[in-house]
Design a protein around this ligand. Sequence first.
Ligand code: IMP
Ligand code: MG
Length: 181
Amino acid sequence: MAMRDDIESILLTEEQLQKRIREMGQEISRDYADRNPIFIGVLKGCFMFMADLVRNVDVPCSIDFMAVSSYGNSTTTTGAVKITKDLREDIEGRDVVIVEDILDSGVTLHYLTGFLQNRRPASITIATLLDKPARRKAEVYAKYAGFEVPDAFVVGYGLDYAEKYRNLPYIGILKPEIYTK
Ligand code: IMP
Ligand code: MG
């Protein structure tokens, strides 16, 4: 069965994503001119957004990745965050931009920001592709946010449900019967 059959509706098309990500890259380039930022992607969900975002950044920068434990196969957060892959780069004195797929409860980014702050970077900002403000539990400020999305479970363009759908080139709303059956 085709993956498209599991999608209730397409929320953001490839064209909408690319247009907005280009704007975000330009904004970041203006803000970080002469600052040699380090982009830190939060795996695995960030991988497509990170690749497209940094291609639209035209200032010198470096790239690194971290991984944190998240939802398992459920669609709601457990509240516990664990670092499962740490950085390779030293971020002391660096201007850090955390790159995330979606800001939901905020628990992950709240934890991660505090964790990275302990390493004394010059600054930390957050670039998230999607923001689901209705679900916020922890206070987090995303300076760069691509799209506000409704309180529905979305997949595609890096975002998964039980490790599926990451390869969809668009963001879609998953049919609720997929995760309730
Ligand atoms: P938070 O800690 O609740 O903000 O959750 C952030 C993480 O949960 C994201 O990096 C995603 O991996 C996952 N997540 C939250 N909402 C969704 C969704 O609608 N679809 C897919 N993954 C989601
Ligand atoms: Mg996930």
